[in-house]
Write a protein that binds this ligand. Structure first.
Ligand code: TTP
Ligand code: MG
Length: 364
């Protein structure tokens, strides 16, 4: 029988039509109109986001602005004003941090919280999510959608479920039912290519995916994709909420003068960061097992990618190797210009608490 206890309580918050909502808030004349924030339709610009009114015309993020103009000639086109979005994002982050230190800002308008332990000991995660939504609206006059679930993957799907201004809860004993008819494409990380490959195998939903065995999926899709999809289909995601800036993390980052697309330059930077992080950790006798890579793209979207090792890294080279692999396989580095790169180690403990293996660091 499925369990009703929450192993972890994760909330995913995602602001509704974020850039457009900020613009409409600041100019009430735009209310109720199709509003598109992004590049210039006359100059090969793309849509950053569209208000829900504009979405009725089929307008979506990343679509050429010229196409959007054709679909909805009367739409109001605005250039993005990142300073305003960052200010709102900081307000949102401050509200979230009232509930727990475990807040991971995944982009300007999106965050994960681990509220398994709540700062004020509120036990029910749904109550917490309600409070957050009310609070965010009271302070920013912007609406947020929230998902509450036992892990990050499910919480993210949940926040998207009743957008805009929605709250969706997936309780531990509801996971299987929730996933049964969910299209595989909804799994973050499954793009059109994987969707197509799965469709050819007769797999359209997570329920159908869950019926395939792990060895079969590995054979069909390769070892790491097979494992990843097998876990997701069963509603499993062990990844932690990683607050990039908390004291339990040693990290370094740099914003480039101009957005960087050259992967060699990015990797050279990573090597420098790996040395810095490794040296400062060794210096103060601490170590951690989770390597975290942070990337902010030219459009201010932030992603973190992490890997947890069985024992703390033994050298700067080891940190670099992992970070470089994360950069190459799990980001769009080289294809999408990068504005900021960061590298960190989280889950820090002092070396005495660490496994004996860390002592080998002395050898390097
Ligand atoms: P999203 O959360 O993906 O989109 P949204 O907030 O506009 O709409 P909703 O969540 O209600 O579906 O992205 C947040 C912001 O990031 C968005 O307002 C603009 C920016 N963005 C881009 O600049 N380019 C993109 O391709 C996407 C998807 C988002
Ligand atoms: Mg959003």
């Amino acid at each position: 029988m499925a369990s009703t206890a929450w192993p972890r309580k994760i909330i995913h918050i995602d602001m509704d039509a974020f850039f457009a909502a900020v613009e409409i808030r600041d100019n009430p004349a735009l209310k109720g109109k199709p509003v598109i924030v992004g590049g210039d339709p006359r100059k090969r610009g793309v849509v950053s986001t569209a208000s829900y009114e504009a979405r009725k015309y089929g307008i979506r993020s990343a679509m050429p602005a010229a196409t959007a103009k054709r679909l909805c000639p009367q739409a109001v086109f605005l250039k993005p004003n990142f300073r305003k979005y960052e200010a709102a994002s900081r307000q949102i982050q401050a509200i979230l941090k009232q509930h727990t230190d475990l807040v991971e800002m995944a982009s300007l308008d999106e965050a994960y919280l681990d509220v398994t332990r709540h700062r004020l000991n509120i036990v029910d995660p749904v109550t917490i999510a309600r409070l957050i939504r009310q609070n965010v609206f009271a302070v920013t006059k912007l609406t947020a959608s929230a998902g509450v679930a036992p892990n990050k993957f499910l919480a993210k799907i949940a926040s998207d479920f009743k957008k805009p201004d929605g709250l969706t809860v997936i309780r531990p004993d509801e996971v299987e039912r929730f996933l049964k008819d969910l299209p595989v494409r909804k799994i973050p990380g499954v793009g059109p290519v994987t969707e197509e490959r799965l469709a050819k195998l007769g797999i359209k939903t997570c329920g159908e995916l869950a019926l395939r065995s792990l060895p079969e999926l590995k054979r069909l899709l390769g070892s790491s994709s097979g494992e990843f999809l097998n876990e997701r289909a069963m509603g499993i995601d062990e990844s932690e909420v990683i607050p990039f800036w908390e004291s339990k993390q040693m990290s370094t980052e740099e914003t480039f003068e101009k957005d960087e697309k050259n992967i060699l330059i990015l990797k050279r930077k990573l090597m420098q960061f790996a040395r810095e992080v490794f040296e400062s950790l060794s210096g103060d006798g601490r170590s951690g097992r989770t390597i975290v890579l942070k990337v902010k793209y030219f459009d201010f979207k932030v992603i973190t990618r992490s890997l947890t090792l069985s024992s703390p890294p033994a050298s700067a080279q080891e940190i670099f190797d992992i970070a470089a692999r994360l950069l190459e396989t799990r980001t769009e580095a080289g294809r999408k210009p990068i504005r900021l790169l960061g590298l960190g180690i989280s889950g820090l403990i002092s070396s005495e608490e660490a496994e004996p293996l860390t002592l080998q660091r002395e050898l390097f």
